[in-house]
Design a protein around this ligand. Structure first.
Ligand SMILES: Cc1ncc(COP(=O)(O)O)c(C=O)c1O
Length: 381
């Protein structure tokens, strides 16, 4: 690791093999993956997705955006279904959010974007500036101007920030990185109605919540709203780097020839994989089963952990689950890993679970048992 920037805190374990919902390290130890990368390999290491990648690699893996790309059209069709959106493909969540910010500004002719405290939208200057967390901005000088930050679930805090130059309100419906904070239903529907009435665009960042993670293809479907713009990445390629920004067709003229672009965005490999991912997610009853199983997992977690002294809250939406705790998070993560379970953290006091959507009942029980042991062990220490 000597020649790498030390911008990540890496555990001294390397995963060298994966199959289904399990990972193997260099010593042959297996782990149940309750992190899915970081909300990426939502289908686990799925044979159908792997086959699509291999097949496309045999044909052609890149073609510039100067030529027709029927795979992009196919993925756009599958994503959009009966909705009225247009799609733009890129390579990551931050890039998708950059595209969203640019589309909002250009289509409205306004500059200000209201996002939320504790939000996370990425590490590029635009997406970083949109993020409502000071620690990740420290030392990088001035960000992009014209961003302000409201309080999640407080519509008045949004209204107070609106000016004549407000282009958009941007939010995660479940704040992932900062600790699994789920937006209230009434807040979201009131916010959507307010934005529509004020002709302010609503941008939903679905980078972590999208692609079935919360039990619906997009988390906004839980809320009965349709954002003007939304963004995807992570689970879209199930581990193959890809992002997407979708905007209502009425905004299409703002992204005319030459207005925005990406060399790799929507390349053939990324699109073949995304198309396969969507086949699985849109298969018969798949998401319905995810919703059911995720509810069962949440119930089992609550039954096993809620009364433990170190656990202060268990919350989430679908398979996006946070266990708030007074315990040291690094100890919890290491304790789970020692027992063969990979978990994540979020914010300063939340253990974050992003299991694969393909989780079986036994795997769910295995994880609950490990977590129970970890939280109990920590209490004894
Ligand atoms: C909600 C949200 N938006 C944007 C991003 C940034 O995505 P990427 O790391 O692919 O740039 C993330 C990453 O964690 C995220 O959770």
């Amino acid at each position: 690791m000597g020649k790498l920037f030390q911008n990540y805190k890496r555990a001294d374990v390397e995963f060298i093999k994966a199959e289904g919902n399990y990972l193997w390290d260099q010593k042959g130890k297996s782990y149940l993956d309750f992190a899915s990368g970081i909300g990426v390999t939502n289908l686990g290491f799925h044979p159908y997705v792997k086959a699509a990648l291999k097949k496309q690699a045999e044909e052609i893996w890149h073609s510039p955006n100067l030529y027709r790309n029927s795979l992009q059209e196919e993925v756009a069709d599958k994503l959009i279904g009966g909705y009225d959106y247009l799609a733009y493909f890129c390579n990551s969540g931050a890039e998708a959010n950059e595209a969203a910010i640019k589309l909002a500004r250009k289509s409205s002719g306004k500059q200000e974007i209201i996002s939320f405290k504790n939000s996370f939208h990425g590490r590029t200057f635009g997406s970083l500036s949109a993020s409502g967390q000071e620690t990740i901005k420290k030392g990088f000088g001035d960000g992009v101007p014209h961003f302000s930050y409201a309080v999640l679930n407080d519509l008045d805090s949004v209204k107070r920030l609106v000016t004549e130059d407000t282009a958009a309100v941007m939010l995660e419906l479940v704040q992932g990185e900062s600790g699994i904070h789920v937006a209230d239903r009434t807040f979201v529907s009131d916010l959507a109605a307010f934005c529509q009435q004020q002709e302010i665009l609503l941008i939903v960042d679905e980078v972590q919540t999208g692609m079935g993670r919360t039990g619906r293809l997009f988390s906004f479907e839980h809320y009965g709203i349709e954002p003007d713009i939304f963004t995807l990445a992570k689970g879209l390629g199930n581990g193959f780097p890809v992002g997407a920004m979708l905007g209502k067709s009425a905004l299409g003229s703002a992204f005319s020839y030459g207005s925005h672009g990406s060399t790799f965005g929507g390349n053939k490999l990324a699109m073949a994989v995304s198309s396969a991912v969507l086949d699985v997610l849109q298969g018969d009853n798949f998401l319905q089963t995810v919703r059911l199983n995720a509810d069962i997992l949440q119930q089992k977690l609550k039954a096993a952990l809620a009364d433990l002294p170190l656990v202060t809250d268990i919350r989430g939406l679908g398979y996006m689950i946070g266990i708030e705790s007074k315990a040291d998070l690094a100890d919890l993560v290491a304790g789970a890993r020692a027992r063969g379970l990979i978990v994540l953290t979020a914010g300063s006091n939340v253990l974050r679970l992003l299991p694969p959507l393909t989780l079986t009942e036994e795997q769910g029980e295995q994880a609950v048992a490990v977590l129970q042991a970890v939280f109990q062990k920590d209490r004894q220490d």
